[in-house]
Ligand binder design. Structure first.
Ligand code: NAD
Ligand code: TYD
Length: 354
């Protein structure tokens, strides 16, 4: 038995691979193109571990994906690979369409081809697990109920539109071809290995460097935060017990305005790494808002709890404390990400084979 994971050198994918191999000896084949967001250092603890097979490549490379499926014969494909940053999608949407839409299409077609060759029992067991986002549902009014799985798709950014398109393709490959797919739509994650272009790690690394903490607009936009380890456990639950063709919303029951997140991170840093120059909140700087900025996301995660018994283990207080402590303990990881040195990892560890 083997899992094929895409995007397993990114933030959530690397947490998933590490988490999976902590609890199982089932090997993981990890296909990742190592864009700016892919960091093999996240997986350094698996160096020399035969259960982890890393393959540098693009999910849009059909011949490569076919070859990986034929060689490793995975019982499931867990699809994390994506362009994931809303701000980048505003400046350059092309890569988002190429990877999130066309790349997912290529994976679906390759998976369908492979799945068709399987014996009946294996066909029933196979899963294509598509990892998606709550952003496909659009923006909620302040008092509107949280997103359920039947909420209309109303994506507002090039990122969320490309993810919504991929969700539709996945759904259609189930309904038309019978491919056993499951989709999870998860809220904002935070935790170790989060690339410091996203809000929470950006706040931590900027504060430690004495740089401004940029708050878009009034900072009253609301996100529903989930510790990344809880996202990993939700994916495991859906892989094991989810019903093919279903989607499951995953969230932390932790709606918070951005400005509260900023103050919480500042307060934790004041406690754990006080700055002689004064409280970190002095660095808060309101900047021009993101165009088309969604005002509120909130996830109704009752279906996954009712059907699969999943609930997050972390509260926001426990998760954010762990996260800040992780960044404080991993200053060298941050420094190599910021200097770009993390991109040399492949060369240093694999030499010419890279
Ligand atoms: P990330 O940007 O940190 O990582 C993406 C990974 O995909 C990187 O390792 C990158 O190298 C790889 N990749 C990109 N294009 C590729 C391609 N064409 N072929 C192969 N690999 C490629 O993203 P993340 O935050 O870890 O998100 C992972 C998934 O979870 C995405 O599908 C995202 O939409 C979804 N998601 C993210 C969040 C969040 O808060 N970060 C929340 C819900 C859902
Ligand atoms: P982000 O981490 O980019 O995730 P997403 O846009 O996918 O929700 O942003 C989280 C929230 O924080 C979002 O409302 C935008 C806001 N934000 C800031 O206010 N300042 C920043 O520097 C960043 C990166 C985000």
């Amino acid at each position: 038995m083997t899992l094929l994971v895409t995007g397993g050198a990114g933030f959530i994918g690397s947490n998933f691979v590490l988490d999976w191999l902590r609890g199982s000896d089932e090997p993981v084949v990890n296909l990742d193109a190592l864009t700016y967001a892919g960091n093999l250092e996240n997986l350094a603890s698996l160096d020399g571990d035969a259960r982890h097979v890393f393959v540098r490549g693009d999910i849009g490379d059909r011949a490569l994906v076919d070859q990986l499926l034929a060689t490793h014969r995975p019982r499931a494909l867990v699809h994390f690979a994506a362009e994931s940053h809303v701000d980048r999608s505003i400046h350059g949407p092309g890569d988002f369409i190429r990877t999130n839409v066309n790349g997912t299409y290529t994976l679906l077609e390759a998976a369908r081809g492979f799945w068709n060759t399987l014996a009946e029992a294996e066909r029933a067991q196979f899963r294509f697990h598509h990892v998606s986002t709550d952003e496909v549902y659009g923006s909620l009014a302040p008092d509107a109920p949280a997103f359920t799985e039947t909420h209309a798709f109303e994506p507002n950014s090039p990122y969320s539109a490309s993810k919504a398109a991929s969700d539709h393709l996945v759904r259609a490959w189930h309904h038309t071809y019978g491919l056993p797919v499951v989709t999870t739509n998860c809220s904002n994650n935070y935790g170790p290995f989060h690339f410091p272009e996203k809000l929470i790690p950006l706040l931590i690394v900027n504060a430690l460097a004495g740089k401004p903490l940029p708050v878009y607009g009034d900072g009253r936009q609301v996100r529903d935060w989930l510790y990344v380890g809880d996202h990993c456990s939700a994916i495991r639950a859906v892989l094991e017990r989810g019903r093919p063709g279903e989607t499951y919303n995953v969230g932390g029951w932790n709606e918070k305005p951005n400005i509260d997140i900023v103050h919480t991170v500042c307060a934790l840093l004041d406690e754990l790494r006080p700055d002689p120059a004064g409280p970190y909140a002095r660095l808060i700087t309101h900047v021009t808002d993101r165009p088309g900025h969604d005002r509120r996301y909130a996830i109704d995660a009752r279906k996954i709890e009712r059907e699969l018994g999943w609930r997050p283990a972390e509260t926001f207080d426990t998760g954010i404390r762990k996260t800040v402590a992780w960044y404080l303990a991993h200053g060298d990881w941050v420094a190599r990400v910021q200097s770009g040195a993390y991109r040399d990892w492949l060369q240093r560890h694999y030499g010419d084979k890279a």
